[in-house]
Design a protein around this ligand. Structure first.
Ligand code: C5P
Length: 314
């Protein structure tokens, strides 16, 4: 329904700043199917939200503005291509509320890193503006708007561990007894373009130079239920890894270094170039992160745990 100004305006929504924290995602399983007619690939993926966060603050304003600090400041375009501004406008359009807010983003998730940082920021914006404006949408309604902004955005509204199908926008939670997994996230210098990684995978497949597609996520889901890091390590898989390694051959040394440091397994996260390593516990994650940093095979290695919640007001 359309938003109508009335005497309750000052009561509706939040008068003070609304702060939202949103996690990065990794894919425990990323099965890439054929290219569809709409330019997307059919996916079978298992998303997992980890404890590296961006923070978005929304304040009342009489226009829509965005400022930022942290990872990517000075590089990320703050124009209409920005996913934060697109998310704010999409929510405004859906609710009929004017798209007025002063938004500020504090980033820790690297740009174009394969951790869905831009999608996370869009999810944070939907939750923040919904609270600021008092438009009161459910998480499922927010996820529906999120799907129009990007394939990973609905997952970042929900968080946790979830199965993603379609182009990744159709998410359903994976119900397992709570278990914390301990990761090391090796952030590379520079980013990789997601569309280019998908194109490179198609090229390698057409040339017969790609491994067999990993297909359904059933094996990964069964491994998750066993709650044993060694079992989960053996089940991790990512079809886009071949493409990321082809575009950035140096990532092979990063993966080897993590495994040499005692990680149970390492994979490229999403379309890369971030690599993630599963370790047996939090102490091991600290230790492997230290060794990866010392080995100079990445810009920055940090421990993280998952699953964590999606975009939430804090
Ligand atoms: O959905 P999103 O805008 O984040 O996707 C970015 C790009 O990644 C798409 O334009 C497409 O090139 C590629 N992609 C894909 N198949 C998917 C998801 C993304 O080919 N399932």
């Amino acid at each position: 329904g359309a938003w109508r100004p009335d005497e309750d305006d000052q009561q509706r929504g939040a008068s003070g700043p609304v702060r939202v924290r949103v996690p990065a995602k990794i894919n425990l399983h990323l099965g890439v199917g054929p290219l569809r007619a709409d330019g997307y690939h059919e996916l079978n993926t298992v998303y997992h939200a980890i404890s590296i966060h961006d923070e978005l603050t929304a304040r009342r304003g009489d226009t829509l503005t965005l400022t930022m600090e942290g990872e990517g400041a000075g590089e990320l375009a703050l124009d209409d291509s920005n996913l934060v501004l697109r998310a704010a406008r999409a929510l405004a359009e859906h609710t009929g509320h004017p798209a007025y807010a002063r938004l500020h983003l504090r980033k820790q998730i690297p740009l174009a890193g394969g951790l869905a940082g831009g999608s996370a920021d869009a999810a944070a914006t939907l939750v923040a503006c919904d609270t600021l404006w008092g438009t009161g949408l459910s998480r499922d309604e927010l996820a529906t708007i999120a799907a129009r902004i990007g394939s990973d955005v609905p997952f970042l509204v929900h968080g946790g561990t979830a199965l993603g199908t379609g182009r990744g926008e159709a998410v359903s939670p994976v119900l397992v007894r709570p278990t914390s997994w301990h990761w090391v996230v090796a952030i590379a210098d520079g980013g990789l373009s997601t569309p280019e990684a998908y194109r490179e995978l198609d090229r390698l497949r057409d040339a017969g130079d790609a491994p067999e597609p990993i297909g359904s996520a059933d094996g990964l889901l069964a491994a998750l239920r066993q709650r044993d890091p060694a079992v989960l390590a053996a089940a991790l898989g990512n079809d886009l890894q071949t493409a990321a390694l082809s575009m950035r051959p140096g990532l092979a040394a990063t993966l080897r270094a993590g495994e040499a440091a005692g990680a149970l397994a390492g994979i490229v996260s999403g379309s890369g170039p971030t690599c993630v390593f599963l370790t047996k516990d939090a102490d091991d994650a600290e230790r492997v992160a230290g060794e990866l940093t010392a080995a100079r095979v990445c810009r920055l290695a940090r421990p993280a745990h998952g699953p964590v919640a999606g975009a939430r007001v804090c």
